[in-house]
Design a binder for this molecule. Structure first.
Ligand SMILES: [Zn+2]
Length: 498
Protein backbone atom coordinates (compact mmCIF):
# COMPACT_ATOMS: atom_id res chain seq x y z
CA UNK A 1 0.00 0.00 0.00
CA UNK A 2 1.33 3.39 -0.99
CA UNK A 3 -1.17 5.73 0.52
CA UNK A 4 1.11 8.74 0.13
CA UNK A 5 0.86 8.91 -3.67
CA UNK A 6 -0.70 12.36 -4.15
CA UNK A 7 -2.87 11.64 -7.18
CA UNK A 8 -6.62 11.32 -6.67
CA UNK A 9 -8.67 10.25 -9.69
CA UNK A 10 -12.35 9.57 -10.25
CA UNK A 11 -13.79 7.49 -13.12
CA UNK A 12 -17.44 7.47 -14.20
CA UNK A 13 -18.39 3.98 -15.37
CA UNK A 14 -22.19 4.11 -15.03
CA UNK A 15 -24.94 6.35 -13.72
CA UNK A 16 -24.04 9.11 -16.18
CA UNK A 17 -26.39 10.00 -19.03
CA UNK A 18 -28.76 7.43 -17.46
CA UNK A 19 -30.28 6.68 -14.08
CA UNK A 20 -28.94 3.14 -14.05
CA UNK A 21 -25.63 1.31 -13.68
CA UNK A 22 -24.08 3.68 -11.10
CA UNK A 23 -20.34 2.92 -10.75
CA UNK A 24 -17.74 5.46 -9.70
CA UNK A 25 -14.13 4.43 -9.27
CA UNK A 26 -12.06 6.55 -6.90
CA UNK A 27 -8.32 5.97 -6.86
CA UNK A 28 -6.11 7.46 -4.21
CA UNK A 29 -2.81 6.41 -2.73
CA UNK A 30 -2.78 3.20 -4.72
CA UNK A 31 -6.22 2.22 -3.38
CA UNK A 32 -9.17 1.56 -5.63
CA UNK A 33 -12.56 2.31 -4.12
CA UNK A 34 -15.66 1.54 -6.16
CA UNK A 35 -18.65 3.61 -5.04
CA UNK A 36 -21.88 1.85 -6.04
CA UNK A 37 -22.00 -1.15 -8.31
CA UNK A 38 -25.27 -0.84 -10.18
CA UNK A 39 -26.79 -2.82 -12.99
CA UNK A 40 -27.74 -1.09 -16.23
CA UNK A 41 -31.47 -1.41 -16.86
CA UNK A 42 -34.05 -0.31 -19.39
CA UNK A 43 -33.20 0.12 -23.07
CA UNK A 44 -31.23 -2.63 -24.81
CA UNK A 45 -28.11 -0.56 -25.51
CA UNK A 46 -27.89 0.12 -21.76
CA UNK A 47 -28.53 -3.50 -20.72
CA UNK A 48 -25.84 -4.60 -23.16
CA UNK A 49 -23.30 -2.66 -21.09
CA UNK A 50 -23.74 -5.22 -18.30
CA UNK A 51 -22.10 -7.73 -20.63
CA UNK A 52 -19.23 -5.56 -21.81
CA UNK A 53 -15.78 -5.97 -20.38
CA UNK A 54 -15.36 -3.83 -17.31
CA UNK A 55 -13.07 -0.81 -17.59
CA UNK A 56 -11.22 -2.12 -14.52
CA UNK A 57 -10.20 -5.51 -13.23
CA UNK A 58 -12.64 -6.58 -10.49
CA UNK A 59 -9.80 -8.32 -8.63
CA UNK A 60 -7.92 -5.00 -8.47
CA UNK A 61 -10.70 -3.22 -6.56
CA UNK A 62 -9.81 -2.92 -2.87
CA UNK A 63 -13.20 -2.01 -1.41
CA UNK A 64 -16.74 -1.33 -2.58
CA UNK A 65 -19.00 1.23 -0.92
CA UNK A 66 -22.77 0.97 -1.62
CA UNK A 67 -25.03 4.00 -1.03
CA UNK A 68 -28.31 2.03 -1.04
CA UNK A 69 -29.91 -1.24 -2.06
CA UNK A 70 -31.69 -0.32 -5.31
CA UNK A 71 -30.55 -2.61 -8.10
CA UNK A 72 -29.32 0.32 -10.22
CA UNK A 73 -26.78 0.93 -7.41
CA UNK A 74 -26.10 -2.64 -6.26
CA UNK A 75 -27.29 -5.12 -8.88
CA UNK A 76 -23.91 -5.60 -10.54
CA UNK A 77 -22.28 -6.82 -7.28
CA UNK A 78 -22.81 -10.55 -8.00
CA UNK A 79 -21.12 -10.10 -11.39
CA UNK A 80 -18.22 -8.17 -9.82
CA UNK A 81 -17.70 -10.90 -7.22
CA UNK A 82 -18.07 -13.64 -9.82
CA UNK A 83 -15.37 -11.92 -11.89
CA UNK A 84 -12.89 -11.82 -9.02
CA UNK A 85 -13.65 -9.04 -6.52
CA UNK A 86 -12.91 -10.49 -3.08
CA UNK A 87 -12.78 -7.42 -0.83
CA UNK A 88 -15.20 -5.94 1.69
CA UNK A 89 -18.46 -4.26 0.66
CA UNK A 90 -19.38 -1.46 3.06
CA UNK A 91 -22.99 -0.33 3.35
CA UNK A 92 -25.52 0.60 6.01
CA UNK A 93 -27.21 -2.09 8.07
CA UNK A 94 -30.52 -1.36 6.31
CA UNK A 95 -28.91 -1.68 2.89
CA UNK A 96 -27.35 -5.02 3.87
CA UNK A 97 -30.74 -6.36 5.00
CA UNK A 98 -32.41 -5.26 1.77
CA UNK A 99 -29.60 -6.69 -0.35
CA UNK A 100 -30.25 -10.07 1.28
CA UNK A 101 -33.74 -9.85 -0.25
CA UNK A 102 -33.06 -8.05 -3.52
CA UNK A 103 -29.87 -9.64 -4.88
CA UNK A 104 -30.99 -13.30 -4.78
CA UNK A 105 -34.24 -12.18 -6.41
CA UNK A 106 -32.25 -10.40 -9.14
CA UNK A 107 -30.26 -13.62 -9.64
CA UNK A 108 -33.46 -15.65 -10.00
CA UNK A 109 -34.83 -13.15 -12.52
CA UNK A 110 -31.62 -13.39 -14.55
CA UNK A 111 -31.91 -17.19 -14.58
CA UNK A 112 -35.59 -17.05 -15.59
CA UNK A 113 -34.83 -14.65 -18.39
CA UNK A 114 -32.04 -16.87 -19.75
CA UNK A 115 -34.38 -19.92 -19.56
CA UNK A 116 -37.09 -17.98 -21.38
CA UNK A 117 -34.68 -16.98 -24.14
CA UNK A 118 -33.50 -20.55 -24.54
CA UNK A 119 -37.01 -22.02 -24.59
CA UNK A 120 -38.20 -19.56 -27.21
CA UNK A 121 -35.05 -19.51 -29.33
CA UNK A 122 -34.56 -15.82 -28.63
CA UNK A 123 -30.79 -16.00 -28.39
CA UNK A 124 -28.13 -15.82 -31.04
CA UNK A 125 -25.57 -17.26 -28.61
CA UNK A 126 -26.86 -20.70 -27.63
CA UNK A 127 -27.41 -21.28 -24.84
CA UNK A 128 -28.29 -17.92 -23.28
CA UNK A 129 -26.64 -17.49 -19.91
CA UNK A 130 -27.67 -15.34 -16.96
CA UNK A 131 -25.46 -12.39 -16.05
CA UNK A 132 -25.32 -14.15 -12.69
CA UNK A 133 -27.49 -16.63 -10.86
CA UNK A 134 -29.05 -16.86 -7.42
CA UNK A 135 -26.01 -18.59 -5.93
CA UNK A 136 -23.71 -15.81 -7.22
CA UNK A 137 -25.97 -13.38 -5.39
CA UNK A 138 -25.74 -15.37 -2.15
CA UNK A 139 -21.94 -15.33 -2.50
CA UNK A 140 -21.98 -11.51 -2.36
CA UNK A 141 -23.72 -11.48 1.02
CA UNK A 142 -20.63 -12.93 2.73
CA UNK A 143 -18.61 -9.87 1.71
CA UNK A 144 -21.08 -7.32 3.11
CA UNK A 145 -19.82 -5.25 6.03
CA UNK A 146 -22.94 -3.58 7.49
CA UNK A 147 -22.39 -0.28 9.29
CA UNK A 148 -24.70 0.57 12.15
CA UNK A 149 -26.06 4.05 12.88
CA UNK A 150 -27.33 6.87 10.69
CA UNK A 151 -24.14 8.96 10.75
CA UNK A 152 -21.09 6.76 11.07
CA UNK A 153 -17.48 7.15 9.94
CA UNK A 154 -15.26 4.16 9.25
CA UNK A 155 -11.58 3.79 8.31
CA UNK A 156 -11.08 2.35 4.84
CA UNK A 157 -7.26 2.52 4.84
CA UNK A 158 -4.58 3.80 7.21
CA UNK A 159 -0.80 4.00 6.93
CA UNK A 160 1.91 6.20 8.46
CA UNK A 161 -0.52 8.91 9.51
CA UNK A 162 -2.23 9.03 6.12
CA UNK A 163 -5.75 7.71 5.97
CA UNK A 164 -8.92 7.31 3.93
CA UNK A 165 -12.24 7.34 5.76
CA UNK A 166 -15.86 6.99 4.67
CA UNK A 167 -18.70 8.76 6.45
CA UNK A 168 -22.22 7.39 5.85
CA UNK A 169 -25.08 9.89 6.31
CA UNK A 170 -28.86 9.53 5.94
CA UNK A 171 -30.10 10.29 2.41
CA UNK A 172 -33.86 9.86 3.13
CA UNK A 173 -34.41 7.93 -0.12
CA UNK A 174 -35.26 4.36 0.98
CA UNK A 175 -34.54 2.60 4.23
CA UNK A 176 -30.79 2.44 4.85
CA UNK A 177 -30.00 4.91 2.06
CA UNK A 178 -26.88 6.97 2.59
CA UNK A 179 -24.77 9.62 0.97
CA UNK A 180 -21.10 9.04 1.56
CA UNK A 181 -18.19 11.40 2.21
CA UNK A 182 -14.82 9.89 1.37
CA UNK A 183 -12.05 11.82 3.09
CA UNK A 184 -8.50 11.28 1.83
CA UNK A 185 -5.86 12.69 4.18
CA UNK A 186 -2.28 12.33 3.03
CA UNK A 187 0.73 13.29 5.12
CA UNK A 188 3.50 13.00 2.54
CA UNK A 189 5.02 14.34 0.37
CA UNK A 190 3.06 17.38 1.58
CA UNK A 191 0.00 17.24 3.83
CA UNK A 192 -3.19 17.35 1.82
CA UNK A 193 -6.86 16.55 2.20
CA UNK A 194 -9.43 15.75 -0.50
CA UNK A 195 -13.07 15.19 0.46
CA UNK A 196 -15.43 13.76 -2.14
CA UNK A 197 -19.15 13.49 -1.45
CA UNK A 198 -21.22 10.88 -3.30
CA UNK A 199 -24.92 11.79 -3.04
CA UNK A 200 -26.31 8.36 -3.95
CA UNK A 201 -30.02 9.04 -4.38
CA UNK A 202 -31.46 11.88 -2.31
CA UNK A 203 -35.02 11.60 -0.97
CA UNK A 204 -37.93 14.01 -0.90
CA UNK A 205 -38.49 16.06 2.25
CA UNK A 206 -41.50 15.37 4.52
CA UNK A 207 -42.05 11.81 3.37
CA UNK A 208 -43.63 9.26 5.68
CA UNK A 209 -41.50 6.77 7.65
CA UNK A 210 -38.04 8.14 6.76
CA UNK A 211 -36.30 11.18 8.23
CA UNK A 212 -35.41 14.05 5.88
CA UNK A 213 -31.99 13.89 4.21
CA UNK A 214 -29.17 15.02 6.51
CA UNK A 215 -27.57 18.33 5.39
CA UNK A 216 -24.38 17.72 3.39
CA UNK A 217 -21.00 18.40 5.03
CA UNK A 218 -18.04 20.43 3.70
CA UNK A 219 -16.48 18.73 0.68
CA UNK A 220 -14.03 19.56 -2.10
CA UNK A 221 -15.81 17.64 -4.83
CA UNK A 222 -19.33 16.36 -5.00
CA UNK A 223 -21.43 14.03 -7.15
CA UNK A 224 -25.11 14.89 -7.10
CA UNK A 225 -27.92 12.83 -8.60
CA UNK A 226 -30.27 14.44 -11.15
CA UNK A 227 -33.08 11.90 -11.64
CA UNK A 228 -35.61 14.76 -11.33
CA UNK A 229 -33.18 17.47 -12.45
CA UNK A 230 -35.77 18.87 -14.85
CA UNK A 231 -38.97 18.08 -12.96
CA UNK A 232 -40.97 19.14 -9.92
CA UNK A 233 -43.30 16.93 -7.92
CA UNK A 234 -46.95 18.06 -8.00
CA UNK A 235 -48.00 20.25 -5.09
CA UNK A 236 -51.16 18.27 -4.22
CA UNK A 237 -50.74 15.69 -1.45
CA UNK A 238 -50.99 12.13 -2.84
CA UNK A 239 -53.10 10.93 0.11
CA UNK A 240 -55.99 13.17 -0.99
CA UNK A 241 -56.18 11.44 -4.37
CA UNK A 242 -55.71 8.03 -2.76
CA UNK A 243 -58.58 8.64 -0.30
CA UNK A 244 -60.93 9.71 -3.11
CA UNK A 245 -60.09 6.63 -5.21
CA UNK A 246 -60.49 4.18 -2.29
CA UNK A 247 -63.83 5.76 -1.27
CA UNK A 248 -65.28 5.75 -4.78
CA UNK A 249 -64.22 2.15 -5.38
CA UNK A 250 -65.58 1.01 -2.02
CA UNK A 251 -68.93 2.63 -2.82
CA UNK A 252 -69.08 0.51 -5.98
CA UNK A 253 -68.12 -2.58 -3.90
CA UNK A 254 -65.07 -2.89 -6.09
CA UNK A 255 -61.45 -3.83 -5.42
CA UNK A 256 -58.70 -1.21 -5.38
CA UNK A 257 -55.64 -2.88 -6.91
CA UNK A 258 -52.34 -1.04 -6.51
CA UNK A 259 -49.33 -2.48 -8.34
CA UNK A 260 -46.44 -1.35 -6.14
CA UNK A 261 -42.71 -1.86 -5.88
CA UNK A 262 -42.16 -4.28 -3.03
CA UNK A 263 -39.50 -2.19 -1.31
CA UNK A 264 -40.35 1.31 -0.15
CA UNK A 265 -43.45 2.11 -2.22
CA UNK A 266 -45.50 -0.69 -0.63
CA UNK A 267 -44.45 0.39 2.88
CA UNK A 268 -45.24 4.02 2.07
CA UNK A 269 -48.71 3.08 0.79
CA UNK A 270 -49.50 0.91 3.84
CA UNK A 271 -48.44 3.79 6.08
CA UNK A 272 -50.64 6.19 4.11
CA UNK A 273 -53.69 3.91 4.08
CA UNK A 274 -53.32 3.44 7.86
CA UNK A 275 -53.13 7.25 8.32
CA UNK A 276 -56.31 7.66 6.23
CA UNK A 277 -58.06 5.00 8.34
CA UNK A 278 -56.91 6.65 11.59
CA UNK A 279 -58.21 10.02 10.37
CA UNK A 280 -61.55 8.48 9.38
CA UNK A 281 -61.08 9.56 5.78
CA UNK A 282 -61.64 6.06 4.37
CA UNK A 283 -63.63 3.09 5.71
CA UNK A 284 -61.79 0.23 7.44
CA UNK A 285 -61.36 -2.25 4.59
CA UNK A 286 -59.52 -5.53 4.28
CA UNK A 287 -56.01 -4.73 2.94
CA UNK A 288 -54.05 -7.55 1.32
CA UNK A 289 -50.30 -7.19 0.77
CA UNK A 290 -49.52 -9.91 -1.73
CA UNK A 291 -45.79 -10.09 -2.36
CA UNK A 292 -43.22 -12.23 -0.53
CA UNK A 293 -40.57 -9.56 -1.10
CA UNK A 294 -42.82 -6.81 0.27
CA UNK A 295 -43.51 -8.97 3.32
CA UNK A 296 -39.78 -9.27 4.03
CA UNK A 297 -39.20 -5.57 3.35
CA UNK A 298 -41.97 -4.65 5.81
CA UNK A 299 -40.07 -6.56 8.49
CA UNK A 300 -36.88 -4.61 7.72
CA UNK A 301 -38.74 -1.28 7.83
CA UNK A 302 -40.37 -2.15 11.16
CA UNK A 303 -37.21 -3.54 12.72
CA UNK A 304 -34.67 -0.78 12.03
CA UNK A 305 -35.59 1.85 14.58
CA UNK A 306 -32.64 4.12 13.83
CA UNK A 307 -34.03 4.58 10.29
CA UNK A 308 -37.52 5.74 11.29
CA UNK A 309 -38.61 9.35 11.67
CA UNK A 310 -40.05 10.92 14.84
CA UNK A 311 -43.69 10.53 13.73
CA UNK A 312 -43.18 6.80 13.20
CA UNK A 313 -41.59 6.33 16.63
CA UNK A 314 -44.30 8.40 18.30
CA UNK A 315 -46.96 6.07 16.88
CA UNK A 316 -45.15 3.13 18.38
CA UNK A 317 -45.12 4.75 21.81
CA UNK A 318 -48.91 4.98 21.39
CA UNK A 319 -48.95 1.22 20.75
CA UNK A 320 -49.94 1.65 17.11
CA UNK A 321 -48.22 -0.36 14.43
CA UNK A 322 -47.34 2.24 11.79
CA UNK A 323 -47.02 -0.37 9.04
CA UNK A 324 -50.28 -2.18 9.68
CA UNK A 325 -53.82 -1.20 8.79
CA UNK A 326 -56.77 -2.42 10.92
CA UNK A 327 -57.61 -5.40 8.73
CA UNK A 328 -54.34 -6.23 7.00
CA UNK A 329 -53.23 -9.62 5.67
CA UNK A 330 -49.72 -10.17 4.39
CA UNK A 331 -49.56 -13.04 1.92
CA UNK A 332 -46.07 -14.54 1.78
CA UNK A 333 -46.73 -18.10 0.61
CA UNK A 334 -48.51 -19.23 -2.54
CA UNK A 335 -51.52 -20.62 -0.66
CA UNK A 336 -52.07 -17.30 1.09
CA UNK A 337 -51.77 -15.59 -2.27
CA UNK A 338 -54.44 -17.85 -3.79
CA UNK A 339 -56.82 -16.88 -0.98
CA UNK A 340 -56.34 -13.22 -1.89
CA UNK A 341 -57.53 -14.18 -5.36
CA UNK A 342 -60.91 -15.07 -3.82
CA UNK A 343 -61.22 -11.76 -1.96
CA UNK A 344 -64.43 -9.85 -2.71
CA UNK A 345 -64.78 -6.08 -2.80
CA UNK A 346 -64.70 -3.71 -1.21
CA UNK A 347 -61.05 -4.29 -0.35
CA UNK A 348 -57.55 -3.10 -1.25
CA UNK A 349 -54.80 -5.27 -2.78
CA UNK A 350 -51.16 -4.16 -2.92
CA UNK A 351 -49.02 -6.41 -5.06
CA UNK A 352 -45.78 -6.42 -7.06
CA UNK A 353 -44.32 -5.91 -9.63
CA UNK A 354 -44.91 -2.16 -9.63
CA UNK A 355 -44.94 -1.89 -13.43
CA UNK A 356 -46.81 -5.19 -13.91
CA UNK A 357 -43.80 -6.75 -15.63
CA UNK A 358 -44.39 -10.00 -13.73
CA UNK A 359 -45.22 -11.24 -10.26
CA UNK A 360 -48.45 -11.90 -8.43
CA UNK A 361 -50.06 -8.61 -9.42
CA UNK A 362 -50.77 -10.18 -12.83
CA UNK A 363 -53.02 -12.85 -11.31
CA UNK A 364 -55.06 -10.16 -9.58
CA UNK A 365 -55.11 -8.02 -12.72
CA UNK A 366 -56.69 -10.86 -14.72
CA UNK A 367 -59.61 -10.83 -12.31
CA UNK A 368 -59.86 -7.11 -11.63
CA UNK A 369 -59.19 -5.43 -14.99
CA UNK A 370 -62.49 -6.66 -16.57
CA UNK A 371 -64.53 -5.63 -13.48
CA UNK A 372 -66.27 -2.25 -13.94
CA UNK A 373 -66.66 -1.77 -10.17
CA UNK A 374 -62.92 -2.05 -9.46
CA UNK A 375 -59.99 0.35 -9.88
CA UNK A 376 -56.35 -0.11 -10.77
CA UNK A 377 -54.18 2.62 -9.27
CA UNK A 378 -50.71 3.49 -10.53
CA UNK A 379 -48.57 4.89 -7.75
CA UNK A 380 -45.19 4.90 -9.46
CA UNK A 381 -43.38 5.37 -12.73
CA UNK A 382 -44.54 3.07 -15.56
CA UNK A 383 -41.77 2.52 -18.11
CA UNK A 384 -42.53 2.35 -21.79
CA UNK A 385 -43.38 -1.15 -23.03
CA UNK A 386 -44.65 -2.42 -19.67
CA UNK A 387 -48.20 -3.71 -19.11
CA UNK A 388 -48.65 -0.97 -16.50
CA UNK A 389 -47.82 1.72 -19.06
CA UNK A 390 -50.23 0.25 -21.63
CA UNK A 391 -53.12 0.34 -19.15
CA UNK A 392 -52.18 3.78 -17.88
CA UNK A 393 -52.13 5.05 -21.47
CA UNK A 394 -55.70 3.84 -22.00
CA UNK A 395 -55.39 0.38 -23.63
CA UNK A 396 -58.81 -1.29 -23.83
CA UNK A 397 -57.19 -4.73 -23.77
CA UNK A 398 -53.85 -6.17 -22.58
CA UNK A 399 -52.28 -9.59 -22.82
CA UNK A 400 -51.54 -11.35 -19.54
CA UNK A 401 -50.06 -14.86 -19.55
CA UNK A 402 -50.77 -15.08 -23.30
CA UNK A 403 -54.48 -14.39 -22.72
CA UNK A 404 -56.26 -11.24 -23.84
CA UNK A 405 -57.75 -9.38 -20.93
CA UNK A 406 -60.21 -6.48 -21.41
CA UNK A 407 -59.67 -3.34 -19.33
CA UNK A 408 -63.09 -2.22 -18.08
CA UNK A 409 -62.15 -1.18 -14.57
CA UNK A 410 -61.40 2.42 -13.55
CA UNK A 411 -57.79 3.45 -14.17
CA UNK A 412 -56.29 6.05 -11.83
CA UNK A 413 -52.87 7.53 -11.11
CA UNK A 414 -51.62 8.94 -7.82
CA UNK A 415 -48.84 11.42 -8.51
CA UNK A 416 -46.25 12.73 -6.10
CA UNK A 417 -45.21 9.43 -4.54
CA UNK A 418 -41.53 9.54 -5.31
CA UNK A 419 -38.48 8.51 -3.33
CA UNK A 420 -36.39 11.08 -5.24
CA UNK A 421 -35.85 14.75 -4.53
CA UNK A 422 -37.07 16.99 -7.36
CA UNK A 423 -34.78 19.80 -8.49
CA UNK A 424 -36.06 22.25 -5.90
CA UNK A 425 -35.54 19.68 -3.11
CA UNK A 426 -32.03 19.13 -4.45
CA UNK A 427 -31.25 22.85 -4.41
CA UNK A 428 -32.64 23.01 -0.87
CA UNK A 429 -30.38 20.14 0.18
CA UNK A 430 -27.36 21.78 -1.47
CA UNK A 431 -28.14 25.11 0.24
CA UNK A 432 -27.00 23.54 3.52
CA UNK A 433 -23.43 23.08 2.24
CA UNK A 434 -21.17 25.16 4.48
CA UNK A 435 -19.05 26.22 1.48
CA UNK A 436 -19.15 25.63 -2.29
CA UNK A 437 -17.40 22.52 -3.63
CA UNK A 438 -14.67 23.08 -6.23
CA UNK A 439 -16.65 21.08 -8.75
CA UNK A 440 -20.09 19.50 -8.67
CA UNK A 441 -20.40 16.49 -10.95
CA UNK A 442 -24.02 16.00 -12.04
CA UNK A 443 -24.76 12.27 -12.27
CA UNK A 444 -27.61 9.75 -12.25
CA UNK A 445 -29.94 11.44 -14.73
CA UNK A 446 -30.89 11.43 -18.38
CA UNK A 447 -28.69 13.92 -20.23
CA UNK A 448 -31.39 16.61 -20.34
CA UNK A 449 -32.23 16.20 -16.64
CA UNK A 450 -28.53 16.47 -15.73
CA UNK A 451 -28.08 19.58 -17.86
CA UNK A 452 -31.23 21.14 -16.40
CA UNK A 453 -29.92 20.61 -12.86
CA UNK A 454 -26.56 22.02 -13.94
CA UNK A 455 -28.44 25.15 -15.07
CA UNK A 456 -30.38 25.41 -11.81
CA UNK A 457 -27.25 25.05 -9.65
CA UNK A 458 -25.19 27.47 -11.75
CA UNK A 459 -27.95 30.09 -11.77
CA UNK A 460 -28.78 29.77 -8.09
CA UNK A 461 -25.34 29.30 -6.54
CA UNK A 462 -22.84 30.06 -9.31
CA UNK A 463 -20.90 26.85 -8.62
CA UNK A 464 -18.70 25.08 -11.14
CA UNK A 465 -20.70 22.08 -12.44
CA UNK A 466 -19.84 19.36 -14.92
CA UNK A 467 -21.97 16.69 -16.54
CA UNK A 468 -19.51 13.79 -16.94
CA UNK A 469 -19.89 11.25 -19.75
CA UNK A 470 -19.65 7.45 -19.61
CA UNK A 471 -16.03 6.35 -19.26
CA UNK A 472 -14.60 9.78 -18.39
CA UNK A 473 -11.92 10.03 -15.76
CA UNK A 474 -10.85 13.13 -13.82
CA UNK A 475 -7.88 14.02 -11.68
CA UNK A 476 -9.16 15.72 -8.55
CA UNK A 477 -6.30 18.12 -7.93
CA UNK A 478 -6.24 20.55 -4.98
CA UNK A 479 -7.21 23.30 -7.45
CA UNK A 480 -9.73 21.84 -9.84
CA UNK A 481 -10.95 18.70 -11.60
CA UNK A 482 -8.92 17.90 -14.73
CA UNK A 483 -10.34 15.61 -17.41
CA UNK A 484 -7.77 12.94 -18.20
CA UNK A 485 -7.36 11.89 -21.79
CA UNK A 486 -8.22 8.19 -22.07
CA UNK A 487 -4.96 7.42 -23.88
CA UNK A 488 -2.94 8.98 -21.07
CA UNK A 489 -4.27 6.41 -18.62
CA UNK A 490 -1.83 3.91 -17.26
CA UNK A 491 -3.55 2.83 -14.05
CA UNK A 492 -6.70 1.29 -15.52
CA UNK A 493 -7.94 0.65 -19.00
CA UNK A 494 -10.58 3.30 -19.51
CA UNK A 495 -13.72 2.70 -21.53
CA UNK A 496 -14.35 5.32 -24.17
CA UNK A 497 -17.85 4.36 -25.21
CA UNK A 498 -19.67 7.64 -25.72
ZN1 LIG B 1 -32.43 4.59 -5.58
Amino acid sequence: MNISSPSVTLGFYGGVGTVTGSKYLLQAGGQRILVDCGMFQGLKHLRDRNWQEMPFRPADIDVVVITHAHIDHSGYLPRLVKMGFAGPIYCSEGTAKLLEILLPDAGRLQEEEADHRNQHGLTRHEPAKPLYDEQDAFDVLRQLRPIKGANTTIDLFQQNGSQITAQFMNAGHIIGSRFVLIDIQQRTPTPSQTRILFSGDIGQYNRPILPDPTPPPVCDYMLVESTYGDRLHPGAAPEIALARIINETAQRHGITLIPAFAVDRTQELIYMIRELEDAGKIPILPVYVDSPMAAKACEVYAELRSEQDDAYRKLETQHRRPLSTRKMTIASGRDESRKVNDAEGPCIILSAAGMMTGGRVLHHAQRILPDRRSTIVFAGYQAEGTTGRLIKDGASEVTIYKTKCPVRCHVETVDGLSSHADWQDTLHWLSALPQPPRTVFITHGEQQAAEALQGHITQTYGWECRVPQQGERYELSPGQAVLLHPNGSTEVGVATSH
